[in-house]
Design a protein around this ligand. Structure first.
Ligand SMILES: Cc1cc2nc3c(=O)[nH]c(=O)nc-3n(C[C@H](O)[C@H](O)[C@H](O)COP(=O)(O)OP(=O)(O)OC[C@H]3O[C@@H](n4cnc5c(N)ncnc54)[C@H](O)[C@@H]3O)c2cc1C
Length: 226
């Protein structure tokens, strides 16, 4: 079968799953290529609480120190606060993410890798950057269109979103890491469990100096702030 490009493994998507797969393949020396829809990595924070098992994987892949350097460390992850608004009345607060003294030892015993808080906007460039530096070929602005499988491999049609040009990539394997509304999974008939849109939520990213609203209280300064 003829195709415009050939690769052993085609990774579709450059989020945590696709970026992680690319980094692992590059680290293991497996020839591969990444195509991903937008011009760069995630442009909003999204996932931020990064659990210990994920940090262990990052340790294995040699990027744990870079992730910790850009994340909020475990000991400062603090509390979940319930309030009427950011500047409004506080209803209650819970020490979370293993920072409560009664839970801290469980986390320390569970793994040498502490959890941390790093938004996807910071994490994805670290993962993708290391993958590229280890040999990943990454095509941004490149959208998955369709997939055809035969006995010898897979042909994936993609669209360059800059030129609108469609072309084919031939691969032995495809990793569909194009997120929760995966077109790849739909096209190959992989079922998803659970219901979509059970409840609505809205996240608004804004930039403002809020330090006067969230400044450390005297209790916070003496017990938690470094
Ligand atoms: C507000 C919010 C907060 C969250 N907080 C947390 C948290 O604290 N901790 C946590 O563990 N998880 C959290 N999550 C969940 C987490 O973001 C997801 O589980 C995670 O992003 C899934 O990673 P993924 O790589 O599978 O998919 P995604 O991150 O969705 O990445 C999909 C990738 O595929 C690309 N793509 C999509 N369609 C195509 C296409 N047709 N062609 C080519 N490329 C395509 C996208 O550009 C993207 O690069 C949160 C999510 C949200 C929205």
């Amino acid at each position: 079968m003829t195709a415009d490009l050939m690769t052993d493994v085609l990774v579709i998507g450059s989020g945590p799953a696709g970026g992680g797969a690319a980094l692992a393949l590059a680290t293991l020396g497996v020839e591969h290529m990444v195509v991903t829809k937008y011009r760069w990595t995630a442009n909003t924070p999204r996932a931020h609480i990064t659990n210990q098992r994920t940090m262990e994987v990052f340790r294995d892949l040699g990027i744990e120190e870079d992730v910790l350097a850009q994340g909020t460390p475990h000991e400062l992850m603090g509390e979940t606060v319930f309030c009427t608004s950011l500047a409004g009345d506080e209803i209650g607060r819970v020490r979370t993410w293993g920072t409560h003294p009664a839970r801290e030892a469980d986390y320390t015993l569970a793994s040498p890798s502490p959890n941390c808080d790093i938004p996807q906007t910071f994490l994805e460039p670290i993962v993708i950057g290391h993958a590229a530096s280890r040999g990943s070929r990454i095509r941004f602005d490149t959208e998955y269109v369709r997939i055809v499988q035969d006995d010898d491999g897979v042909t994936v049609t993609v669209r360059d979103r800059v030129t609108d040009h469609e072309y084919d990539i031939r691969a032995k394997y495809v990793i569909g890491a194009d997120g929760g509304r995966s077109a790849v999974a739909a096209d190959v008939g992989l079922p998803f469990e659970g219901e979509m849109d059970v409840a609505g939520s809205m996240n608004i990213v804004f930039h403002a100096d809020l330090s006067h609203l969230v400044a450390c209280t005297s209790w916070w300064v003496t017990t938690r702030c470094p």
